[in-house]
Design a protein around this ligand. Structure first.
Ligand code: OGA
Ligand code: MN
Length: 222
């Protein structure tokens, strides 16, 4: 019966927004790779995009650029590091901080804003452990997209995150250190069988600062 089928689907861990190579990967990453659809209200989405648009519009889209912060290759993007926000946006960022970060975590400042054009995409990478600590949290605006995570040692282990406008994703611990992440280009933008057409997408990314793990010790699992 269609009804009971849907019910069974709903009881799988995170099945609406997170797909995985197998149930074991899904349950292992349940708290490490999290999607919160509808984290932003429509009004909050508008507040952020209205504030970001004029700053982004001043810049040109770039191609095949290696970003020092996240050691990544991004194609078709422009970006800004923003430290001054309106009061309304500060309240939103504060909500992100309480939802994604622990009380002991300090956030990297300024906040990273990335604007991908419709054909823009982010190739697989792990954010640099020099600049970024255990937690990455991103808000998505304008277009839906698919983020794919692939285990750096075991490529058969993967997750797909469906990032709708207004959603928040959180990558922490294993998901941040042991899996690469990428934003799929339009031609490859599928969540399972479901085609997710890509338009222009803006993300607002908060990162924790690397934590000192003891004198001279490297961060864990890098
Ligand atoms: C990055 C990155 C993801 C996003 O800039 O390192 O992975 O949501 N961005 O834009
Ligand atoms: Mn990244």
């Amino acid at each position: 019966m269609a009804g009971s089928g849907r019910l069974a689907l709903r009881t799988l861990p995170g099945s609406g927004w997170v797909r995985g190579s197998c149930p074991a990967v899904l349950s292992r990453l349940q708290d490490a790779a999290v999607v919160r659809p509808g984290f932003l209200s429509k009004g909050e989405e508008e507040t952020l995009s209205r504030e970001l648009e004029p700053e982004l519009r001043r810049r040109r889209y770039e191609y095949d650029h290696w970003d020092a912060l996240s050691v990544q290759a991004i194609h078709g993007f422009r970006e800004t590091e923003k430290s001054r926000w309106s009061e309304a946006s500060r309240a939103i960022l504060q909500r992100v901080q309480s939802a994604a970060f622990g009380p002991g975590q300090t956030l990297l400042s300024p906040v990273h804003v990335l604007d991908l054009e419709p054909r823009g995409y982010i190739k697989p990478h792990v954010d640099s452990v020099k600049f970024c600590g255990a937690t990455i949290a991103g808000l998505s605006l304008l277009s839906p997209s698919v983020m794919r995570l692939v285990h750096t040692q075991e490529p058969g282990q993967w997750l797909e995150l469906l990032l709708e406008p207004g959603s928040l994703y959180i990558l922490r611990g294993v998901a941040r250190y042991d899996f690469s992440h990428e934003i799929l280009r339009d031609e490859e933008s599928f969540f399972g069988e479901r085609r997710i057409p890509r338009g222009r997408r803006i993300s607002v990314i908060c990162r924790s600062l690397p934590e000192a793990t003891g004198p001279g010790q490297p961060p864990p699992a890098c």
